[in-house]
Design a protein around this ligand. Structure first.
Ligand SMILES: C[S@@+](CC[C@H](N)C(=O)[O-])C[C@H]1O[C@@H](n2cnc3c(N)ncnc32)[C@H](O)[C@@H]1O
Length: 672
């Protein structure tokens, strides 16, 4: 009690004093007293006033930080403490207070979060399905196309008529047979059962819908659609409208597709409006394609409809050999949209001098393309025989995923990121396919029984019909990580584009100069990047003072990587490359390496460089309170508490790393 009285008296005295002497010292003292009395607002005001008079007062920053924290003005508090730390990086009170601030923020967040319902943002719910002006004309036009091109007459509906109960029952039992056959992928049989069932009861609209789905499975889009149109409008149910919309979109009839999907959306029961968004999403996908498709025809992007609404997707497609990575770029790919706007004489010039680029697609699928017939044969025997969609239908999904840059439709038909890894999934697929292809080759070469027992699980020995190796999710993750630690990004350093420039530079054609000038003004990056696994290169360890560097190059006529030495290397000395950008300071380098490759770098450079001026790089002693240690004047990456430490470090190894030239080597991809 007496103490409080003392404090009150002092506040009165200080207030009087401040009338005459408004010094920062007096303000800070009063602020501190207010703080003791838990009067946060006046404490903050005084501290702020003190900071106006003296921006270097650490105590004022502390009081302001504490008061703002108590008032739950977290950001303000954070800023005061931050400024205080900039003046005094070792201030214990601020460091402690920072921890309190962090706890307060987390506690406050937890308290608030309890009352905030987790509301998911659903872009599709914000989009309208309004009919656009002029759509009625387009509707008629598309209906006309439907009749003329696909022979679907929208008036050809099957009106409800009386059908005897026994015929209805017979139809229903054929319907069940059709259902089971379709489920087991016996599609022709399913179709026959549908025909018989509908012969008995043509007014069973569920059966008409089923027949449409069988036709859809058989990829007979027009037939499928015709069956749906046969259902009279008032009897069409939600699945029929939805499927119709999907099929019309496939036939490139977007206005009709939107009409059907609008109907499907409207039929979703009120209770499911926020969860069953399939039709609404499909509607927006159709609309986005209709509106933005023409706009992006000439652009290297396309607009899709994703969880966040309309989204821009990159779709630059630069062809390259799937086996060796050689560029297969044509003049049209190289010039892009500009190709059509080239003055006719320059276009003719480009066509004349562009190297002959002929791709050789896989003979059984169009998913892979090669630079030569021998690359095609090699790819087939090494891996493609295992993943080619012609022999392995799952390959279709894989190649579609790659084509769509990791995006695809979820099981619910939602367009989303299905693959978020940095490298394409084909990297792992190729490795596994190569193993299987090699196993098959060995089986053939050595005789099936001998090898079979080597590669089959002992329990299954003799029973297995074919080579199989189940891959669990955990193994997939682990193998993917393993692969990323060993891969090297590379691209063909020579391509038809570079050959073209070489070709025209040698001609004496007067168009050469104009073309070179055009290329200079319109130069674009036309290289394709690959991830390669090179057995010897993958044995290269990392050092931040790397003595070799990896670059793009050619080997045996194919794109490859070259390892160049950066300095003389003695026999027996280890070759070190770098996995990261060595221009980064030590803390960042170590963080990157730790995050991406799980090791803590202790290379010579990391040993003889420090993190900052607060610790002696040599003896590890911390700097005295508020002091900054002087740094090495040459590299500015090591700090010492004394001349002795500096000399010692120099002799022990700093001299070897002090004046290294750190090039940014971005080749190896490090962000996993
Ligand atoms: C491309 S491999 C190099 C060959 C590897 N040493 C091996 O035995 O297969 C990359 C892996 O080598 C290890 N590694 C490379 N450089 C290292 C270093 N400076 N310190 C510790 N481990 C390193 C890490 O485990 C990293 O993920």
């Amino acid at each position: 009690m007496p103490e409080i009285l003392e404090e009150d008296k002092r506040i009165v005295a200080l207030s009087a004093l401040l009338e005459e002497d408004r010094s920062s010292g007096n303000l800070i003292e009063r602020a501190q007293l207010f703080l003791n009395k838990e009067l946060w607002r006046p404490a903050l005001e005084d501290a702020k006033a003190a900071l106006v008079l003296d921006t270097t007062s650490v105590p004022a920053y502390i009081v302001a930080g504490k008061a703002a924290l108590k008032l739950k003005r977290f950001e303000e508090s954070y800023n005061y403490y931050k400024e205080g730390l900039e003046l005094d990086s070792k201030n214990k009170t601020i460091i402690e207070d920072f921890k309190v601030l962090q706890n307060e923020i987390v506690t406050d967040y937890d308290e608030r979060a309890q009352h905030i319902p987790e509301k998911k943002y659903k872009a599709v719910e914000l989009c309208s399905q309004d009919v656009y002006p002029g759509d009625d004309e387009l509707f008629k036009l598309e209906t006309d196309i439907l009749l003329k091109k696909y022979k679907i007459d929208v008036n050809d509906v099957i009106k409800p008529t009386d059908v005897t109960i026994s015929r209805r029952k017979e139809a229903a039992s054929f319907g069940v047979m059709a259902y089971n056959a379709q489920k087991d992928k016996r599609l022709e049989e399913a179709l026959q059962c549908c025909h018989v069932a509908l012969g008995k009861d043509p007014t069973n609209y569920r059966l008409l819908h089923m027949r449409a789905t069988v036709f859809e499975d058989l990829d007979e889009t027009a037939h499928a659609l015709r069956n749906l149109f046969m259902i009279p409008k008032p009897f069409r149910f939600i699945e029929a409208w939805k499927l119709g919309g999907k099929l019309l979109n496939k036939l490139d009839l977007p206005v009709l597709a939107e009409f059907w999907l609008r109907k499907a959306t409207a039929m979703v029961p009120e209770a499911n409006r926020h969860t069953d968004l399939d039709s609404a999403t499909l509607f927006q996908q159709v609309r986005v394609k209709r509106i933005y498709g023409p706009l992006t025809k000439e652009c290297p992007v396309k607009v899709a409809f994703t969880d966040y609404g309309r989204a821009l997707l990159s779709c630059i497609h630069l062809p390259a050999c799937a086996n060796c990575g050689a560029s297969l770029i044509t003049a049209k790919d190289f010039f892009g949209a500009k190709y059509n706007t080239l003055p006719p004489e320059l276009r003719a010039f480009a066509d004349e001098h562009w190297p002959n680029v002929k791709g050789f697609p896989c003979r059984k699928c169009d998913k892979e393309i090669y630079c030569t017939v021998s690359c095609r044969e090699e790819a087939w025997s090494r891996y493609h025989q295992i993943v080619c969609p012609s022999v392995n239908p799952a390959g279709n999904d894989l190649y579609d995923l790659i084509k769509n840059k990791g995006q695809g439709q979820s099981e619910k038909g939602k367009w989303q990121d299905l693959w978020v890894g940095q490298y394409s999934p084909i990297v792992l697929v190729k490795i596994w396919a190569m193993i299987v292809a090699e196993a098959k080759r060995l089986i053939k070469e050595r005789g099936i029984h001998l090898v079979w027992n080597d590669i089959c699980h002992p329990e299954d020995a003799g029973k297995c019909g074919e080579v199989s190796y189940p891959i669990s999710e955990a193994e997939f993750e682990a193998r993917y990580y393993q692969a990323t630690c060993n891969l090297q990004a590379f691209s063909a350093s020579k391509s038809p584009g570079t050959d073209f420039i070489e070709n025209i530079s040698e001609t004496e054609d007067i168009r050469t100069l104009a073309m070179l000038k055009f290329l200079e003004e319109n130069s674009k990056n036309a290289t394709v990047s690959f991830a390669g696994m090179f057995p010897l290169h993958a044995c290269l360890n990392h050092a931040c003072n790397n003595n070799v560097e990896v670059t793009d190059g050619f080997a045996q006529g194919r794109p490859a990587v070259h390892v160049h030495v950066r300095q003389p290397i003695k026999p027996g000395e280890e070759l070190f490359t770098t996995y990261i950008d060595t221009a980064m300071p030590r803390k960042l380098r170590r963080a990157w390496l730790y995050k991406s490759f799980s090791f803590w770098c202790i290379c010579k450079r990391c040993q003889f460089e420090g993190d900052d001026n607060s610790t002696c790089t040599e003896c590890k002693a911390p700097a005295a309170d508020g002091k900054k240690l002087p740094g090495c004047s040459r590299c500015k990456r090591a700090w010492y508490c004394s001349g002795t430490c500096q000399k010692k470090a120099w002799m022990r190894g700093h001299k070897d790393i002090c004046s290294l030239d750190h090039t940014s080597v971005h080749k190896r991809i490090t962000e996993n």
